[in-house]
Write a new protein. Structure first.
Length: 64
């Protein structure tokens, strides 16, 4: 699976099918601070990803 992290670094990870939530936990990224995008669409944390997935993790900035 190809993952573009919020830092801009792209990593290649091989794993069993894993949910977005599980992947973020594995990477040590807080779910409440990011959006996960696949094919230009934000995907939910219960979506299961396989090794062929290409995703982008975007850090969300809150302000007021």
């Amino acid at each position: 699976m190809k993952i573009k992290l919020p830092s801009g670094i792209t990593e290649q990870i091989c794993s069993e099918p894993i949910s977005v939530e599980g992947l973020l936990r594995q990477l040590g990224i807080s779910q409440s601070e990011v959006l996960v995008v696949m094919n230009g669409e934000v995907i939910p944390e219960d979506r299961v990803l396989d090794n062929g997935a290409e995703i982008r993790i975007i850090h969300v900035v809150f302000g007021g």
